[in-house]
Design a protein around this ligand. Sequence first.
Ligand SMILES: NC(=O)c1ccc[n+]([C@@H]2O[C@H](COP(=O)([O-])OP(=O)(O)OC[C@H]3O[C@@H](n4cnc5c(N)ncnc54)[C@H](OP(=O)(O)O)[C@@H]3O)[C@@H](O)[C@H]2O)c1
Length: 287
Amino acid sequence: MCKVAFLGLGVMGYPMAGHLVAAGHEVSVWNRTTAVTTRWGAEYDGTACGTVEDAVAGADFVMMCVGRDADVLDVAGRAVPAMRSGAVLVDHTTASDGCAKEVGALCAAAGLGFVDAPISGGEAGAVNGQLTVMCGGDSKHFDAAKPVIDAYAKAVKRMGPVGAGQLTKMVNQICIAGLLQGLSEAVNFAQAAGLDMDDVVDAIGKGAAQSWQMDNRASTMAKGEYDFGFAVDWMRKDLGIVLETAKTLGLDMPVTELVDGYYADVQDMGGERWDTSSLLARLKSAG
Ligand SMILES: NC(=O)c1ccc[n+]([C@@H]2O[C@H](COP(=O)([O-])OP(=O)(O)OC[C@H]3O[C@@H](n4cnc5c(N)ncnc54)[C@H](OP(=O)(O)O)[C@@H]3O)[C@@H](O)[C@H]2O)c1
């Protein structure tokens, strides 16, 4: 068992850090908003710290899950100088591959390992310890970190050097964006045609149309429930990274670009924190 620090106790990080305790690690945590750190400390048998430096001191592994590139650079910039030589920093934030390379270089210069390790599986995946984790980094650092990541994951895979995890997460988000617009049109169509959506999923959900989104979202979409899950603001952040990266690769992304614009419409409707399945609300509001 190891000494592990976790920085960033949001929707994802809070339960992930809890799974590290359950796996038997010695865990210390830090969150920017102190009340959350205190709440976590009261719920789990770990150490709630008031500063990044206190949390990471002496840790073998430092895991983090914050918001976007600027947040990663800020938090990593404080963690790295305080980490012990030879420790490994693992970043679970969805960020750009450029950001991963910048933090990787910072770690290498400080004698630390780095693995970019974005996650998929949503809040339920984090709560149930069933995340999919796509990693970039040296094999040596990945092999060391994998048994720790296993505490909250059902699948952990090394995709290549630093940055490859983030590139894989971009592929994941491209798949989801187009799929969710298709599913929204399908639910809208089914309802307009007078079908019961739960019956429809029962009938077609084990065939070629099946998807995680259909299994986990079709029913709530049919009820117009969006106040949970993966926030539209985060999806726009992710699609922004995808579209920027596609530009550097010289690629056209017509559907991803279209859906990104639709998410901008959802934000304008006040849906910044709605689940990404709220593309259906946009369709319905357009009449
Ligand atoms: N939610 C999902 O279903 C899901 C799924 C896959 C991937 N992700 C990705 O995972 C990351 C976290 O998502 P989340 O849903 O857990 O977000 P969240 O609930 O909004 O939590 C964000 C966390 O990051 C912290 N944070 C943000 N900026 C910071 C800064 N500059 N300095 C220090 N701490 C900072 C926040 O601290 P405060 O408490 O102080 O605000 C909070 O602990 C994002 O990159 C997201 O895209 C999310």
